[in-house]
Design a protein. Sequence first.
Length: 322
Amino acid sequence: MTDDIQFDVVIPAFNASVFLADTLGSISSQTHTPKCVIVVDDGSTDATAQVAEKFSPLVTCISVTNGGQGVARMLAIENCTSPWIALCDSDDLWNEDHLERRASLISTFPDAVFTYSDCYSFGPGSQENHRLSTEAPDGWHEQWECDLHNNFFRLHDPYRAFLKFNPSYPSGIAFRRDAYIRMGGFLPKYSRWVAEDTEFVRRFLLQQNITVAGDTQATWGYRRHANNYSKTQWKNILGKARILQEHLDLGLVPTEYHEDQLFEIRRAWRRAFDNACWSGNHRDAVKLFKQMPREVKSAKSYVKYLRANLYSVSSIFSGSDN
């Protein structure tokens, strides 16, 4: 019975008053009602707390000194009691059946401890008819998704699958609270790192014999602001490289994944550099090239570096930003 599957919802919020009401409205309208929603007002200077309090008693707002998204999520989960934790960011939207489908997914694969669903993007920075799943490399879905049943599936070899492509963003993730406790949860160390949620997910997936299940249906919307994606995408890509390297350096990654992990680290460095170049972030591209591991650099990247350096120097004299 899906009615027996209970969710607590966790939302970190920093100066989120503009969009938070829409987010909470979409959560309070769920056909499968969450047990509670915990918003952590992460040191906001706007009306974030007041917006959250309007949705009481479903929503509980905890106000803290700013500690970053990871710490905010950690504090929220410490106040959760339901078996399942669902994450949501303060500006995204859930379809009204988001949790209903998630409960059905869990009923279909009762051994699952980590779940996610596809999403669409909306807002001024979005692409028409965009779906996150369409960004996957060719053949990824066929290689890693298995046991497809009513648009639900298990993920084969989850850690390696996520190395090749990240199919989940925070607002589409739900996981078992007991598995979260076993893996150590969100760590304050990474709270202010770019892509800190990725660090958490990859560490979560390192648990032995973990079952990950997904939903091919887009059950939520990722808000892309005018400048929150194209101009900063290279930072997220570079964040992935640094997190993967950190986990290797700490000895967290089993030997069987080392070769794939090193390959993805190098690929992420190249992608971050290329993205900074084509998006016009020339100064950042110059800095990235100088930081890139030697084995990642190529003749083509050196040419791109020279071009970016030329644009960067020219911008100084012209007074432009890049």
